[in-house]
Write a protein that binds this ligand. Structure first.
Ligand code: NAD
Ligand code: MG
Length: 339
């Protein structure tokens, strides 16, 4: 079992007098910066000069500097820009300003684990990885709750890395939900596996194939959308709240019987498990990371083509139309979509 920490185990005071630079103001960046500020920390956001987010961050009451100025000013640097650009930005705008005893932080282990970033030995290297989108990190915090986080310490140059990590987790509200201790390796590998096999890759493929099967059989695409895509959230909310048992309690016995007889026909046990293990092996061996790094160096031709293809898929086209006509419209803001 993993070590779990909660607010009572964290001392926010460990951040007293520490200057914290949050690099990036996207999904995670805005949430970490605002939550830490509201927790009483000394925060500054680091952005590219001319960034669209500069004004938004200032409007929200945050100090903003260029990335290199923020890095220079700070004791703790949390890097919250896209994983695939972190190595370059780190080299040019962060590494030159790291001093002995500084703290370098990440919300995902990719660049450290796959050695795209190799920090000097005299700084702490810590990960606080919220297990949820940044917009939820913010909305739960303001509502008095928090998104659970993973904590990992890769380098402990000061001997205080663990306490600093816990304090940071408390500052963004994560300790209200629980902080699980792990390693950069485990976080990276499980995070990549989860999003590929289940959360993003698995779920989207499942919904797409279900939608196509119904439409090809002559059923209305609107019907297929409601059934295979819209309802997914309603079902997941029940599982999220009370486990599969709560879903089974809410659905009919007919649905539950169908779950038992058809689930394993759709995802044959042996074959699916074998495929999942192969996906995991590619992640563990660095095969996936190598491909993704190469894809970014080669102008993302595959990635962009897949994105275009998906946008034109009838499930996306029909879905957009149906959501637009729902009473509450389609102006779902990612800030509130997760609740
Ligand atoms: P995001 O795409 O929402 O935001 C990234 C920000 O970086 C954007 O504001 C973008 O303008 C900026 N940026 C991009 N390229 C840049 C460059 N070259 N120089 C300076 N700024 C640049 O990303 P995010 O989802 O907030 O992810 C940030 C980190 O958090 C990543 O390490 C990610 O793995 C991690 N993380 C994300 C989630 C999530 O659900 N979104 C969850 C846990 C951890
Ligand atoms: Mg994740």
């Amino acid at each position: 079992m993993a070590n779990m920490y909660y607010e009572k185990d964290c001392d926010l005071g460990k951040l007293d007098g520490k200057k914290i630079a949050i690099i990036g103001y996207g999904s995670q960046g805005h949430a970490h910066a605002l939550n830490l500020k509201d927790s009483g920390c000394d925060v500054c956001v680091g952005l590219r000069s001319g960034s669209r987010n500069w004004e938004a961050a200032e409007q929200a009451g945050l100090k903003v500097r260029t990335i290199s100025e923020a890095a220079q000013w700070s004791d703790i640097v949390m890097i919250l820009i896209n994983d695939e650009v972190q190595a370059e930005v780190y080299q040019q705008e962060i590494a030159p300003y790291l001093e002995a005893g500084n703290v370098l932080m990440f919300a995902h282990g990719f660049n450290i684990h796959f050695k795209q970033i190799v920090p000097p030995k005299d700084v702490d290297v810590i990960m606080i990885a919220p297990k949820g989108p940044g917009h939820t990190v913010r909305s739960l915090y303001t509502g008095g709750k928090g998104v659970p986080c993973l904590l990992a310490v890769e380098q402990d140059a000061t001997g205080k890395a663990h306490d600093i990590g816990l304090a940071y987790a408390a500052g963004i509200g994560g300790a209200r939900g629980g902080v699980m201790e792990t390693t950069f390796q485990d976080e990276t590998e499980t995070d990549l596996f989860g999003e590929q096999a289940i959360l993003c890759g698995g779920v989207v493929e499942l919904m797409k194939l279900g939608f196509e099967t119904l439409v090809e059989a002559g059923y209305a695409p609107e019907n297929a959308y409601f059934e295979c895509i819209h309802e997914m959230k309603l079902i997941i909310d029940l599982i999220n709240k009370g486990g599969v048992a709560m879903m089974n309690y809410s659905i009919s016995d007919t649905a539950e019987y169908g779950e038992y007889v058809s689930g394993s026909r759709i995802l044959p046990y042996e074959e699916t498990k074998r495929n999942m293990k192969a996906v995991l092996a590619d992640i563990q061996d660095g095969v996936f990371a190598g491909k993704w790094i190469a894809e970014n160096k080669n102008g993302r031709t595959f990635f962009n083509a897949k994105r275009r293809q998906l946008a034109n898929h009838p499930m996306e086209v029909v879905g957009a139309e149906l959501r637009r006509n729902m009473l509450w419209g389609d102006d779902v803001d990612p800030d509130t979509a997760s609740n």
